[in-house]
Design a protein. Structure first.
Length: 388
C-alpha cells in the first residue's frame, strides 16, 4: 500500500553543501535556526565562519555597486564638499566611467576592506555575546547582519567622505546594510521582474526566499487563483508557507481559502466538503464569522437530509429548502470579509446550478409518478392500482 503523498514543497532537513549553507543563511534563516538547535556550539561557530567568507564577497560586491552608482551619477562633482578631495580629483581628472571607477577602487578599496573586516569581527563578538544568552545560531545571524551593516557604513564613510560628512557616509552604509540584510532588495528586484514573466505555485519568490518582505506585484491574486484551480497543490503550498515562511502567513491564509473554495467548485453537492476553512489561529482577520459558520453547518445538515430521503415528495421538499438556504448562504458570504470571501461565490454558484438541476430532475420524477388518489395510510407514498 502506498504511503501518504509527499509534499512537493518540502525542504531538506539540513544543508548538504557549503553552498546550501550560504543559501540557508541568506534565504532560509527560519529553517537554519531550527536546524542549528540540534548542533553543538563549536559546529555552529565553524559554519558561521564559513558563511562569513561568502558574505564578505557579497559585501565587496555591494561596495563595488555603490561606487558604480556614485560614479554614474557624478556625485563627487555635483557635491564636492561632501567627498574627500582625492575622490573629487579622480572624478575631475578622468572623464570615462571605467577610469573613474578604477581610480576610486584603487584609492578606497584597501581602507574599505579593513573597515569591513573590523565590522564583521565586531559582529562576531556581538553575536557570540548575544548567542550565549539567547541561542548561538540566532545571535550569530544577527551579529552577521549587524557586522555587515557596520562594515559597509564605516568603509564607505572612511573611503569616500571625511570630516563632518562622515555621518552621511555612515548613514548610507547603514542603509545599504539594512537593505541587504532586512529588505533583501538586491534579490527582490530580480524576483519581482521574473514574477512578471512567470509566477505560479511551483515558481514564485516565496519558494526560495524566506525573507521576502516587500510585495510582489500580482503574486497574491495569481497564487490564490492557481490554488482555486488546483486545490490540492494549493493546500500543500499553503502548508509550506505556514511551516517555512513566517512572513507569509497572511498569504497562506488566503491560499487556504482559495483552495477550500476550489474543492467546493470541483465537487458540488457533496456534504462532506461543507466544513470550515482551515484558517491559522493567529490570523483572525481571515476567520469567518460565527454566523457564517453556523449557516454552513445548517447547510450541510440540510443537504445530508435531502440526499438521505427516499420518498419522492419529501425529497423534493428537502431539496427545495436546501436550495433556498444555499441562496441565502451565498448572500451571507458576500457580506463577509473581502480578505477571503471572493472565491466562494463562484463555487457556490456551481452548487446552485447543480442543486437546480437536481431539483428539476426530482420534480420530473415526481410528475411521472403523480398519484390518482391520496394514500391515507402512508403519507408521501402515491396510491396506485398496480400496488394492489
Amino acid at each position: 500500500m502506498a504511503g501518504p503523498k509527499q509534499n512537493p514543497f518540502q525542504l531538506p532537513p539540513e544543508p548538504k553543501t557549503d553552498w546550501d549553507l550560504i543559501r540557508w543563511t541568506l534565504f532560509e534563516w527560519p529553517r537554519l535556526l531550527d536546524w542549528s538547535r540540534h548542533l553543538s556550539r563549536k559546529h555552529i561557530l565553524v559554519l558561521y565562519l564559513v558563511a562569513m567568507a561568502w558574505i564578505l564577497l557579497l559585501a565587496i560586491g555591494v561596495y563595488g555597486s555603490s561606487l558604480a552608482v556614485v560614479v554614474a551619477l557624478e556625485l563627487p562633482l555635483d557635491f564636492p564638499a561632501q567627498f574627500k578631495p582625492t575622490v573629487v580629483q579622480i572624478c575631475a581628472d578622468n572623464p570615462g566611467f571605467g577610469e573613474r571607477l578604477i581610480g576610486l577602487l584603487s584609492v578606497t578599496g584597501m581602507e574599505f576592506e579593513t573597515k569591513l573586516a573590523f565590522g564583521l569581527a565586531a559582529g562576531l563578538a556581538v553575536g557570540l555575546a548575544v548567542g550565549l544568552a539567547m541561542g548561538l545560531a540566532g545571535g550569530l545571524a544577527r551579529g552577521l547582519a549587524g557586522g555587515l551593516a557596520l562594515g559597509l557604513a564605516w568603509g564607505l564613510a572612511e573611503g569616500l567622505v571625511g570630516g563632518m560628512e562622515v555621518g552621511l557616509g555612515a548613514g548610507i552604509g547603514v542603509f545599504l546594510g539594512w537593505v541587504v540584510g532586512f529588505l533583501h532588495l538586491p534579490f527582490y528586484l530580480p524576483q519581482a521582474v521574473v514574477a512578471l514573466i512567470r509566477l505560479d505555485l511551483y515558481h514564485n519568490p516565496y519558494r526560495w526566499d524566506a525573507g521576502v518582505r516587500l510585495p510582489i506585484w500580482g503574486a497574491r491574486r495569481r497564487l490564490t487563483g492557481a490554488a482555486f484551480d488546483d486545490p490540492e497543490t494549493g493546500t500543500r503550498f499553503a502548508e509550506f508557507l505556514l511551516e517555512y515562511r513566517p512572513l507569509q502567513r497572511k498569504l497562506a491564509a488566503a491560499v487556504l481559502h482559495a483552495a477550500h473554495a476550489g474543492r467546493w467548485r470541483l465537487r458540488p453537492l457533496n456534504p462532506e466538503l461543507l466544513t470550515p476553512p482551515p484558517v491559522p489561529e493567529d490570523r483572525p482577520g481571515y476567520a469567518p464569522s460565527a454566523g457564517w459558520l453556523r449557516e454552513l453547518a445548517g447547510l450541510r445538515q440540510d443537504l445530508a437530509a435531502a440526499r438521505g430521503q427516499t420518498q419522492i415528495s419529501f425529497k423534493r421538499a428537502a431539496y427545495a429548502r436546501f436550495s433556498q438556504r444555499l441562496n441565502a448562504f451565498r448572500d451571507l458570504t458576500l457580506r463577509e470579509s473581502p480578505r477571503w470571501n471572493r472565491w466562494y461565490p463562484d463555487a457556490l454558484d456551481s452548487w446552485r446550478s447543480e442543486a437546480a438541476k437536481e431539483l428539476h430532475r426530482i420534480e420530473d420524477q415526481a410528475a411521472s409518478q403523480e398519484p390518482i388518489a391520496v394514500n391515507r395510510y402512508r403519507t408521501g407514498t402515491p396510491l396506485r392500482p398496480e400496488d394492489d
